[in-house]
Structures are given as C-alpha cells and as structure tokens.
Design a protein around this ligand. Structure first.
Ligand code: F6R
Ligand code: MG
Ligand code: MG
Length: 373
C-alpha cells in the first residue's frame, strides 16, 4: 500500500511590522515554537514556517488527512498567540484575518487561507508551495492554466505520453458557491471563459485526467465574502506536485518568467503586476506591493519533508534566482505605468470589485447630492 501523506499550508495575516509590510521575527518564532512542539508530540511529521509579505505561513506535513480538526486547531492557536504578540507589540493590523472567534473544528471560513492535499506518496514526490501577498485566489488561475493546460508552456503536454490525456480543473464560483470540473484540452475554451474572470471563478484543484491523481490545490478564501466588507486581501497559497508524468519543476515555473496582472494591490482596489521573489524580498513596499509571490521547492518523504540529519526540512527558495530577474523588472515597469494612471481604471479595479472595498462609504456620502440630469 502506498503511504498517504497530507500537506497542509495554512496562512493568516496576524499583524505586521511598519504597516501591511512584513512579518517580524517574534511572530515567526511563535509559529516555529508551536509547530516544533507539534512535531515533538507527533501531530505533524515536518513543518516549515515562513512569510509572504505580511502573511504568516505554516507548512505542515502529517498523516491526519485534509480538514483534520487537530491540525486546523494547531494553526488556529498559533495564529491566536501570534496575533496576541502582535497586539502587545502594537504591530499593525493585529489579528486582521482572524474574523471569527470560536473555533469549531475547521479553520476554513474563519479568515485564514488553507490549501491542503492528501497524496499517496510516489517513489519520489517533488512539490512546490506557492504563497502570495496583496492578491486574491484567482491570481493562480493564469499560472495553473499555463502549467496544466497550455502546451506552449508545458512541453510535457505534447511530448510525455503520461500527460497526453490532459488535466481536469475544478473551478469554484465564489459568488454562487458552486463548483464545476472542466477537462483540458477538450474544454479548454470553456475553462478560459470562466477563469479569465479571476475575481469570481478560481481554480481550486487540478487532477490528472487519466487516473484522477491530485496535482494541485489552492486556497479559495475570499475575506470580503466572509466579512461582508473589505478587511484585507486574501493572499492565497497553492500546492503543486511535479515531475514523472506531471509538469516538470521547470515547467511549473515557466509562467513566472514574465510578470502578469493580478487583482488586490493597495487597499484591495487595484490591479498590480505579480512579482516572483525570493524569501529575502518577501515584503511589500511600493504602493503596498507590488503583489509578490514566493515559491518553495521540497520533497515529500515518508510522511514528512525530506530533511537533513538534524531534522531541518530541505527547502529550495525557487524564485531566488536570476531566471526571474526579467519578470521582476517587468513587474517594476508595469507597476510604474499603472501608478501613473492613479485612480483611473484600469489601474483601479472595476466597479463590481470596488463594492468590496471602502469606496461604497464615499458613494453613500455623495448619494443625496445627485439630482436628475
Ligand atoms: C492590506 C492591504 C493594504 C491596506 C492599506 C490601507 O492587506 O492590502 O494595501 O489596504 O495599507 O490600510 P489601512 O486602511 O489599514 O491603513
Ligand atoms: Mg495586513
Ligand atoms: Mg497580506
């Protein structure tokens, strides 16, 4: 029987340093302390704590399956303690994403973002964990399509007979809370018709068509839909399996060789160019951005992450690489171009998306002053 292992990435903006900018060391240390203890107690087999901009990211590998109450509680308690520390230090936006108070077994729908994947370990299982700041779950639509659906990007779709059957995309309609599965290449146009609207439709899972092998899982939390108003951006995470009948690591990274536009920059109200960055640059600055993404490469092994002799997980900081310099440069150029437009569309989001920001408050103020024309 192949081993079943679960990868859980749970993240939360618990408060940050110098505005919505970065997660300072004391909060990361709380994450490390709690997860280390959980590992010593045998709840998780491996862990890695990092941050994407102002979001604290907990990567946990364990044997308890998806939506496990103990794993979710571990994340919840860690975020609570970190938020308390943030509050003591008077850091900015302390507890920002902890939207609900009483934990009842599952962290989904409470504010933090979750991507989880239970896998049967293959002979060797290389994984990429992506985490972004200042954007929404739909930011993964375009790269997911390029990775699993676009033969001009993933050569394996053309060359590797193991991928010839294509991939199935599970797409969520975040507004109506429904899902649909569309298969590529047969339903490629229908897929693009939906996921080309990233603010509403979002790719939640990808499976290999011929055997339903799970290949990708993405967080789908829309904070504004939980809170009913703008409370900060969703800042999604994603887990992608690679190699041996799946897109190669290098094919998974191809979409990030160029910058592309995502929703959610400054006040959740602007389009911005996505900038792939190494962990050292995982902090948002100019106009609270530009929206950034980090990517970690690792191997799942024996229920955990392949680790060194001291038990430290072997992690590769994938975007810390000159191969993404062009994308970073493009992101800066696009950012400057958009910012030149100020509050004029298309730099600012469309009216629909602005409904979930603070703009309606302003419109309310002007309401009485409109006269029939
Ligand atoms: C937070 C974010 C930021 C804030 C902005 C205003 O996730 O995206 O761009 O929206 O810094 O924040 P406040 O209103 O808290 O000053
Ligand atoms: Mg924040
Ligand atoms: Mg954030």
């Amino acid at each position: 029987m192949p081993e079943k292992t679960t990868i859980s990435v749970i993240k939360c903006d618990v408060g940050s340093l110098a505005g919505h900018h970065t997660v300072p060391k004391p909060l990361l240390e709380i994450g490390e302390k709690r997860l280390k203890k959980a590992q010593e107690n045998g709840l998780v087999n491996s862990h890695y704590v990092f941050h994407a901009g102002d979001d604290l990211e907990l990567l946990m590998v364990h044997k308890r399956g998806e939506n496990n109450p103990e794993i979710h509680k571990l994340a919840w308690n860690t975020f609570q303690e970190a938020a308390k520390k943030a509050s003591d230090l008077k850091l900015y936006g302390a507890g920002q994403d902890l939207l609900k108070t009483a934990f009842s077994g599952n962290i989904r729908g409470m504010g933090p973002g979750v991507a989880e994947m239970e896998i049967e370990e293959r002979g060797s299982d290389p994984i990429v964990v992506f985490a972004a700041d200042k954007t929404e779950p739909g930011a993964f639509n375009y790269p997911m399509f390029r990775i699993f659906g676009d033969p001009m990007s993933t050569a394996g779709l053309v060359i590797d007979p193991d991928m010839a059957g294509g991939f199935k995309f599970e797409v969520l309609d975040l507004i109506e809370n429904k899902k649909i599965i569309l298969k590529c290449p047969e339903e490629m146009y229908e897929l693009i018709a939906l996921i080309g609207t990233p603010g509403r439709y979002t790719v939640s899972h990808v499976r290999r068509a011929r055997d339903d092998l799970i290949c990708a899982a993405t967080s789908t939390t829309k904070l504004s839909l939980i809170a009913g108003k703008y409370v900060g951006k969703d800042d999604p995470v994603s887990i992608v399996r690679t190699q041996h009948g799946l897109p190669a690591l290098g094919e998974v990274l191809v979409p990030f060789m160029h910058s592309f536009f995502v929703e959610g920059w400054m006040r959740g109200s602007h389009w911005g160019p996505l900038m792939p960055v190494g962990l050292k640059d995982s902090k948002c600055t100019a106009f609270d951005g530009p929206p950034r993404m980090v990517a970690l490469g690792l191997q799942i092994a024996h229920g955990g992450i392949a680790s060194d002799d001291q038990g430290n997980p072997l992690i590769s900081d994938l975007f810390d690489d000159p191969a993404f310099d062009l994308a970073r440069r493009e992101a800066v150029e696009y950012a400057v171009t958009l910012r030149r437009m100020g509050e004029f569309e298309p730099a600012r989001l469309s009216t629909d998306a602005m409904e979930y920001t603070t703009l309606p408050k302003l419109l309310e103020k002007l309401k009485g002053r409109f006269k029939p024309a």
